[in-house]
Design a protein around this ligand. Sequence first.
Ligand SMILES: Nc1ncnc2c1ncn2[C@@H]1O[C@H](COP(=O)(O)OP(=O)(O)O)[C@@H](O)[C@H]1O
Ligand SMILES: [Mg+2]
Length: 518
Amino acid sequence: MTNLLETREVVKNYLKARIPLVVVRSMERNRSADILTSLAGEFRQMPFYMHTRTEGLKQLSDGLLVSEDTSLPSAIDFATNLIKRTEYVNFVFTDVEDLEDESPTSRHFAELARLAEAHAGTIVIFSEKPVWTGLGRLGMSVTLDLPDIGEMYTVISGLVDQYRGQVHIDWDADDVRTAAGILAGVTETEATNVLASLIAGGTLTRDKLPELSEYKDRIFGDLAGIERIRLVDDYPIGGLRNLRTWLSKRERLMIADYSHTRVSPPRGILLVGVPGCGKSLSAKAIASGWNLPLYRLDMAAVLGMYVGQSESRLREALQTADRVAPCVLWIDEIDKALAGGGGDGGTSRRLIGQFLFWLQESTSRVFMVATANDISSLPPELTRKGRFDEIFFVDLPDAEDRAEILRMYFSRICNVDLSDALSARLVDASASFSGAEIRAVVDEIGLSMYADDRTAVYDDDTVLRFFSNTIPFAHSNAEDLEQIRAWGRTRAVPAGADQLTESSQREPAVPSRRIVMT
Ligand SMILES: Nc1ncnc2c1ncn2[C@@H]1O[C@H](COP(=O)(O)OP(=O)(O)O)[C@@H](O)[C@H]1O
Ligand SMILES: [Mg+2]
């Protein structure tokens, strides 16, 4: 990661060292141009020229246009002639196309760089993508990252302070910091645009902060492989107490300011276990409880790309996640994607490697939630210690969990409070049921009540019959279940409370029926 000041320092040293070709990689031309303009002011003894497609070639010291012809070939001609005649000249090219591969343009620039080398000249090129290796190896490159929170803070507070007094602004330093946190990852121009339009609206009040997140979503609206999941509801969870306690301790860490420490934000979790027990639900509940946007990374879609495209698609998707941070990034059923997609095992392996590298290296606040049912098909490198912060095993709900889930859904769906007596009988009748299976039965009861035009629930025996007519997965697939459990119990931390090893004393049962993780 290189921020503005670091990049300026690197480029400054390259200029001093008379590196013949300097590639500044960035998607922000203006910020890169600011660096070069400021360095031109510092190295007054050397002439600097900058070419833009709209304005042509200008001398930076006086802003004078070099020729009427604004085209790139004419600028290259001018540079060639001047470099031949004079030493220590610098040319900055801000928008050049076709440099990624060998092309007439990239070969021209390679020639120009060789000429510069012979005459102590420097050619600076701005480029979003890496340039053709034949060109790149003639010089050095540096990547200017998007503004970090600190820089964004400076940009936003500069803009806000400029309009204080003219429009109604009630943002204090903390609000500006929040805004900077939300906008970190967009370009300086994008951030300035969105703030300017808010200010133009006449007021900059605290309730405008959520609009910033919406705006940010729009920037990343249409990327394949990654999808924003709209959270519509709260997502109450029964059971999974150990997981919930663990998560509640991490929440603060996701929003804390660690700019002065070496602490890095939580990386994420892998949830494995029995189908229908709340893995996918947890991903949604985490995002909704933490008030963060939820993005789903579609591994199967990424793997299904044409040969060679998968890697770049995954890279783009992960970069997007970094840019929209803070967010929750969810990979659902990662086992299925890896088992089915990709055809050859080579691609999945490379993608897993790429993904794990990102998981380790990325410093942005992306909380990863990956889920899997069938761990036998997961590559071992994914489940090795230290990749995720924790691997949780999600088992069937125990009696206490089932009581919680039953009460929750009876209240929500049938609008009834379960009596203790009925609750006890249903807890027994739903032994080995998953949360999803309990919910399905309660849904059925609700539907049937609706069809019968009833507001009161059926008598206890009838209710019980709905349950006894259902055969849970655990019975019909006993072997699969045993296999899942055997793996989960030895290699993962229980998500439920009953097998808690570190502290066997339970937390007091949560009194409320609708438990939302906050
Ligand atoms: N622990 C639970 N608490 C409450 N509801 C649950 C629980 N587990 C499953 N459910 C219900 O079942 C549905 C499916 O569960 P899901 O999270 O998709 O299972 P999976 O573990 O297979 O991803 C959920 O949307 C929810 O309605
Ligand atoms: Mg699921």
